[in-house]
Design a protein around this ligand. Structure first.
Ligand SMILES: [Zn+2]
Length: 286
């Protein structure tokens, strides 16, 4: 069995920590570099239910996309939910490692996994990393649909292909507009609107879109928007990352058992919508 530091070196080669954004907090949160690693669990969020799952599974290493601590802290006391996570990890000999914005911009990265889940053809990064001569690393991906379809159909298709979360998929724009090209970005894509507009794509699929930027994008440019659950847009990366580590394990003869958590950790757990009425004044706000 490999030592933790050997596995972490392999993960750092996939997602070099120095490619993370300056505000980010990536890398190893806890773990003994000399501990043996036999079982690894990948998940989006380092929340208590995922830690419980890692412990029940007998995992030695938990790799998550989101950081546990994004900002500094002065306590890991178990009276706080994040401190409880740390206690449970250490008491059960589970290391925690984070690959966040360094995984977003990687080749393949989080948005490649999202495009793959949607069976889209990736053309290039939405925001290319200028340090990459091959032009494959960077934030988001510009993609082509294999079969162009109206927005309403593409939204239903995306809801079918992405892991199910309570939110489902919201779409903005003319439901009959035919979508041929789409920019995708796993996680919150609000800040990428200028790049999406410049790319001239038909649609933008991401998460956490807000009213005003979404409204302005639709009004001014005719860009169609698809807003999926944040967790659902990033979960495909877990499968991609697990396959990458599996391949490395095979190459080194490590015999790692690599798992992907299927637990939905999107914070939104239920969704309600009134039946669409013919009388559009029904239920209208005063
Ligand atoms: Zn995210």
């Amino acid at each position: 069995m490999p030592r933790l530091n050997e596995v972490l070196a392999a993960l750092d080669a996939l997602w070099p920590p120095d490619r993370a954004e300056s505000w980010d907090a990536v890398g190893t949160v806890c773990g003994d570099p000399q501990a043996e690693v036999g079982r690894v669990l990948f998940a989006v969020d380092p929340v208590q239910e995922i830690v419980d799952e890692a412990v029940a599974l007998g995992a030695d290493l938990l790799v998550t996309h989101h950081p546990l601590y994004l900002r500094g802290t002065t306590t890991v006391a178990a009276s706080h939910f994040k401190g409880r996570v740390i206690h449970d990890l250490i008491k059960n000999d589970v290391a925690l490692h984070v690959a966040h914005t360094n995984a977003d911009t990687a080749d393949p990265g989080v948005s490649d996994a999202l495009a793959g889940a949607l069976d889209l053809h990736v053309v290039r990064p939405l925001v290319p990393d200028p340090s990459d001569d091959k032009g494959r690393r960077g934030l988001g991906r510009i993609c082509e649909l294999r079969h162009p379809m109206p927005l309403r159909e593409f939204a239903a298709y995306a809801a079918e292909r992405l892991p199910a979360a309570a939110q489902g998929i919201r779409a903005a724009g003319d439901p009959d507009q035919v979508i041929t090209t789409v920019a995708v970005s796993g996680g919150s894509g609000d800040s990428l609107f200028p790049y999406v507009r410049e790319a001239g794509v038909d649609a933008f699929l991401t998460a956490d879109l807000r009213h005003h930027p979404a409204s302005e994008a639709v009004q001014h440019t005719g860009l169609a928007l698809l807003d999926a659950a944040h967790w659902a847009t990033e979960w495909p990366w877990c499968e991609q990352a697990a396959a990458q580590l599996d391949e490395i394990s095979d190459r080194h003869g490590w015999g790692l058992r690599v798992h992907v958590s299927k637990t939905v950790t999107d914070p939104w757990t239920t969704h309600a919508a009134a039946e669409a009425a013919d009388d559009t004044t029904a239920g209208a706000p005063n």
